[in-house]
Design a protein around this ligand. Structure first.
Ligand SMILES: Nc1ncnc2c1ncn2[C@@H]1O[C@H](COP(=O)(O)OP(=O)(O)OP(=O)(O)O)[C@@H](O)[C@H]1O
Ligand SMILES: [Mg+2]
Length: 220
């Protein structure tokens, strides 16, 4: 059992995954944390660093399992897109099981396109050679179904922490970059993202590792 650590570095995280991969089989690392905490940034970096170091890894975001707007509209949930019941959690779980067991053929995962804010099926190939899958999303440590089984499907789940002031500022900026007015972005963060953040924060103690994104300083 590897102890919990708040102070870590990118290279140490790479070493941790390499150690987990020594047993053979495909390793599934989950990265979770509040909206805007740095999950995608860390997952993308980690997959690149592992692959660059000779351990082929693919970044597979949970974001690809956002329900399409057409379905959110039907369900009356379009106004709180990003909440736990606006994702196809069972579809995500099924993909994780496939990634674990179907290692003889390429498994395709969906991506999420922020320009159109829609999932795109078949966008991310996970080839047989992939030894590590780095996945990331908001709800990986939730206790209810199907999330408890998502947790069980992962080798480890890490929780990314970031100072709330920095996180909220980055979150608002990103909403503006993808088309919201400053006022609408601030309202969306307060009314949609932050209630989600409170629920996610409550799952923090279930993580195998907590990563302090403020001090992580990922190498280029
Ligand atoms: N070191 C950094 N300096 C400045 N901005 C950063 C840094 N790291 C990440 N960001 C920006 O912060 C924002 C949030 O980061 P990221 O998308 O990785 O978080 P996330 O946890 O995946 O968010 P979400 O839950 O909304 O998907 C992004 O716009 C990203 O470009
Ligand atoms: Mg993200």
């Amino acid at each position: 059992m590897i102890p919990m650590s708040d102070a870590t570095t990118g290279p140490r995280l790479v070493e941790r995954v390499r150690a987990l991969a020594e047993g053979g089989g495909r390793v599934l690392i989950g990265v979770t944390g509040c909206p805007g905490a740095g999950k995608s940034t860390l997952a993308g970096w980690l997959a690149g660093a592992l692959t660059g170091g000779g351990l082929p890894a693919v970044w597979v975001p949970m974001d690809g399992f956002h329900l399409a707007d057409v379905e959110l509209e039907r369900l009356g949930r379009l106004g709180r897109k990003g909440a736990v019941d606006t994702f196809d959690g069972h579809g995500y779980l099924a993909l994780l099981h496939r990634l674990r067991t179907e290692t003889a053929a390429t498994v395709y995962a969906p991506s999420f396109d922020r320009e159109i804010e829609q999932p795109i099926a078949g966008a991310i190939p996970v080839p047989p050679a992939a030894r590590v899958v780095v996945s990331e999303g908001n709800y990986l440590l939730f206790g209810d179904e199907p999330w408890s089984r998502v947790r069980a499907a992962m080798t480890e789940v890490w929780y990314v922490d970031l100072d709330d002031r920095v996180r909220l500022d980055r979150l608002v900026r990103r909403h503006v970059r993808f088309g919201k007015t400053a006022e609408r972005a601030a309202r969306w963060v307060a009314e949609v993202d932050e209630p989600n953040a409170a629920a996610i924060r409550a799952t923090r103690s279930r993580a195998d590792l907590r990563v302090d994104f403020d001090t992580l300083a990922l190498p280029a």
